[in-house]
Design a protein around this ligand. Structure first.
Ligand code: NAI
Ligand code: MG
Length: 400
């Protein structure tokens, strides 16, 4: 069956890594038509919208998408770079990623953090007697992607109704009533049972399919009693009702950041709200190769977008030859293939990536622990295209 995939390379290195990912997909024999979606800074500057309506329509029509990365800048820079014709037209910059997630309800975010054998960036620790241990990490993080602290319901100098509502809470009256309203900033953390249940269920289904006996709820219910408390309760009830043999275990986000530097291999499945999921997934990514290896899926009821978690790395964008690591983008295509049920091809590409890393002949600058600059290519680092070529070559040799 021939697929149609929406491809949104975006800005900066997003374009360079997307090119390699499509090259690998082609070499794997994946039959697809790719339709280009406009997204990113260029469209903010020229159209006053980083995610034009035509791209939303395209995603509506072709709901499986690959996304590279975009550039976003703080408000003063955004306003300054807007085309003169659009100035004073009331254009407001919104992050196209957050907009896309909310518009299509891409509420399920999956971020796998796996160590690859032979990756020089793998986490190591000192064992007994000064031995060096390199545990195999294989963690899947389920992050609620549309609610919580990134839900965007926030105010500086809140309007009357909001302020009055806050004043009905005894804690607000006791601790914040002293503050002049213009000096008050409020960001809400809203959880709904529906979307909390959806992300928690994804985590349990993943655990069940792999006979994993614990789902860690990484929140802070002892302090954030209502929202974190809701997620923990949903998980405990779900475990009891639907997943005999799987435990919902409570681990606080702050403690988790300590434990992951000690025994990350013990955590196979983690579920969190939006912000804590963002934090814990970056933490685990750092143990498994960093941004050059961190892939992700954003899945809604209809649309699904697959992307590396890194940004557009503007400082590397204009090199004569791109030096960044395309593996995170390539692994994102594996997640896309899994999503559309092409497990065999996803496995073949994954095995090719594993082979390239374990053989260790081709390494991008990050894997060589070099500081990024154009000269890394003459110091033995592979270019972005060089790494893409190596994965293509390995596809021919790697097993199923
Ligand atoms: P970034 O992820 O673009 O880069 C941070 C650093 O990580 C880079 O300087 C580089 O050293 C390293 N890095 C990133 N990707 C790499 C790769 N594939 N291979 C090797 N090294 C890699 O984050 P930064 O610098 O904070 O943001 C740059 C721009 O990207 C900003 O405009 C930001 O708003 C945007 N951004 C976009 C995201 C997205 O599109 N999903 C996510 C994060 C940031
Ligand atoms: Mg992040």
């Amino acid at each position: 069956m021939r697929h149609t995939i929406t491809v949104m390379p975006g800005d900066g290195i997003g374009r360079a890594v997307m090119k390699e990912a499509l090259k690998v997909l082609d070499a794997s024999g994946f039959e697809a038509d790719y339709v280009h979606g406009d997204i990113g800074w260029e469209f903010w500057k020229t159209e006053g919208n980083a995610l034009p309506g035509r791209t939303l329509e395209l995603l509506e029509k072709h709901p499986v998408a690959l996304f590279g990365a975009i550039t976003s800048k703080p408000k003063p820079a955004a306003d300054a770079e807007l085309s003169p014709a659009l100035k004073d037209k009331g254009c407001v910059y919104y992050s196209p990623i957050v907009t896309m997630r909310q518009h299509f309800g891409l509420d399920i975010c999956k971020r796998p953090c796996r160590s690859f054998i032979g990756n020089p960036l793998n986490f190591v620790r000192r064992g007994p007697g000064g031995t060096i241990e390199e545990p195999a990490i294989d963690t899947m993080i389920f992050r609620q992607n549309t609610e919580g602290l990134y839900g965007g319901v926030e105010w500086t100098n809140p309007p009357d109704q909001v302020y009055d509502a806050l004043m009905t809470h005894p804690k607000f009256r006791a601790n914040f009533a002293w503050c002049p309203r213009p000096e008050l900033a409020v960001s809400t953390r809203i959880f709904t049972r529906k979307y909390t249940s959806r992300i928690v269920r994804e985590a349990f289904e993943y655990a069940k399919a792999r006979s994993i006996d614990t789902v860690y709820v990484c929140e802070k219910p002892n302090v954030i009693r209502e929202t974190s408390g809701m997620m923990l309760k949903v998980a405990q009830d779900m475990a009891k009702a639907d997943y005999p043999g799987i435990r919902a275990s409570d681990v606080n986000i702050d403690a988790m950041m300590m434990w992951l530097t000690k025994n990350p291999e013990d955590y196979r499945v983690i579920v969190s709200g939006n912000m804590f999921g963002d934090i814990v997934s970056d933490g685990f990514a750092g143990l498994t190769g960093g941004l050059g290896f961190a892939c992700s899926a954003n899945i809604g009821e209809k649309v699904a977008v697959f992307e590396p978690t890194h940004g557009s790395a503007p400082k590397y964008a204009d090199y004569p030859e791109s030096i960044v690591n395309p593996i995170a983008m390539i692994l994102s295509t594996c997640m896309m293939l899994e999503h559309i049920g092409d497990h065999a091809r996803a496995g073949r590409i994954m095995n090719a990536v594993k082979l390239v890393i374990s053989e260790g002949r081709v390494k991008t600058y990050d894997m060589l622990k070099l500081r990024g600059c154009p000269e890394v290519l003459s110091q033995g680092a592979a270019s972005t295209a060089g790494m893409g070529d190596a994965v293509v070559e390995a596809l021919g040799r790697a097993g199923k």
